[in-house]
Design a protein around this ligand. Structure first.
Ligand code: NAI
Length: 392
């Protein structure tokens, strides 16, 4: 059984690794320079093939790896493969929340001196134990982790943590292009409907909204934007989109996609007037952008069509279709793919170079949460331009 899992992951990794030229370059350099020799890197992050290539890269640089995936998303074949490579990997997809929590504690108790954190889970536990003296530093993948590091944990952190999210390069790469593509791809995969000629309303013209709008338009969709910030609304208009209020567009749109990070963007006043048959989709991190509770309060009946599609009948002989229960559409449906391999190649290059900076030059960095050094962003951007052969 374990052998089958290892073989399955090895085959999948062949494809993913071959599409990650930036990490391959970093790996080659790390094999020579061994920046992590003598260090143990502790990781708590989504465990799937792209993450596996990152871990291989760090290990090639001399690191000992102790890791767990996130709750509910660990890919068992990938975990088995990494164990077979000699890494200490905790967890399985079927783990309960309690078991998952125990795995994060196991990573912490192994006393990693470098942390690859997600939501500040490892740092928070180390602080709780009062055992931070051995920590050299680390990286944090998410914005929510950054908030915790700068607020509740700030007074206890005496080592540098480089935050990968909310970085000028990351928002272009991951929010605009990776989320833009994967939200549109997931909408198509979940619904199997045509984009071309269909009327889409995108709420929010920030990084994600820009990407979603761009990829919809590229496929022939007609796109209108709702944006509360007048400067971004003007940008959308100059980019050639129709810009109007949700009230004005409620009868026009066929698909409504929220990408704002704010609650109740689609709420009762909208549900009362939206055109019959509209599809409601969320891209934002929290499942509060579509007020699903208010929608259910208004509903006459509801029919689950499959796990990610629900028909909700409303008064006035109308219905709407709610996708993924208002949660992030790109995590929905069978086999969600997540961000493109290329975008994670760049994202994980930022991780690898930031961890190298921590391992080799932590003393030159200030303590606490801080942005990715500009020199790392610029090196990563130059290398991706070269790998893309963008000059051709
Ligand atoms: P952003 O801050 O760049 O853009 C949000 C935009 O929404 C802003 O321009 C803001 O003015 C606008 N806005 C706020 N309230 C609004 C309202 N009621 N109606 C219309 N516009 C409104 O944020 P970004 O990077 O675009 O992220 C948006 C959300 O997507 C966040 O929750 C973020 O965590 C999430 N996200 C999701 C990803 C995915 O894969 N699905 C990937 C990355 C981020």
């Amino acid at each position: 059984m374990t052998n089958n899992l290892v073989e399955a992951a090895a085959a999948r990794l062949l494809w993913v690794r071959s599409r990650m030229p930036l990490l391959a370059e970093v790996r080659e350099r790390f094999e020579q320079t061994q920046p992590f020799a003598g260090h143990r890197i502790g990781m708590a992050m989504h465990l799937e093939p792209k993450t596996a290539v990152l871990l291989e890269t760090l290990r090639a640089g001399g690191a000992e790896i102790v890791a767990t995936g996130n709750h509910g998303s660990t890919q068992d074949d990938v975990a088995a493969y990494l164990r077979a490579q000699g890494m200490t990997i905790f967890g399985a997809r079927s783990d309960s929340e309690h078991e998952y929590d125990a795995h994060v504690w196991s990573v912490v108790e192994s006393k990693p001196d470098i942390l690859l954190d997600n939501g500040a889970g490892l740092v928070a536990r180390l602080v709780e134990l009062g055992q931070t003296d051995h920590v050299v530093g680390g990286t944090e993948e998410t914005t929510s982790g950054r908030y915790r590091l700068r607020d509740e944990l700030a007074a206890h952190i005496r080592f540098p943590i480089i935050v990968i999210d909310e970085n000028p390069l990351t928002v272009i790469n991951e929010n605009k292009h990776a989320a833009g593509q994967s939200v549109v791809e997931s909408f198509m995969r979940v619904t199997n409907v045509m984009v071309s000629g269909r009327r889409f309303v995108v709420a929010g013209y920030g990084w994600c909204g820009r990407g979603v709008a761009q990829y919809l338009r590229a496929l022939g969709g007609k796109v209108a934007i709702v944006e509360v910030d007048e400067i971004k609304a003007l940008e959308a208009a100059l980019d050639g989109y129709r810009v109007a209020t949700m009230f004005d567009l409620a009868g026009w749109g066929e698909v409504f996609i929220t990408a704002t990070g704010h609650p109740q963007v689609l709420a009762t006043d909208f549900f009362e007037i939206v055109a019959d048959g509209a599809m409601l989709v969320n891209c934002g991190h929290f499942d509060w952008e579509i007020d699903v509770m208010a929608l259910r309060d208004l509903a006459i009946s509801s029919t689950i069509i499959d796990g990610a599609i629900e028909r909700i009948d409303l008064p006035g002989n109308r219905h709407v279709t709610l996708l993924a229960d208002g949660r992030m559409i790109n995590l929905a449906g069978r086999e969600p793919r997540g961000n493109s391999i290329d975008s994670m190649d760049l994202g994980f290059m930022l991780q690898a170079l930031s961890l190298e900076r921590i391992a080799t030059a932590a003393r030159t960095l200030e303590t606490g949460a801080q942005p990715v050094p500009d020199s790392i962003n610029r090196e990563a951007a130059r290398r991706m331009l070269a790998a893309m052969k963008a000059d051709r």
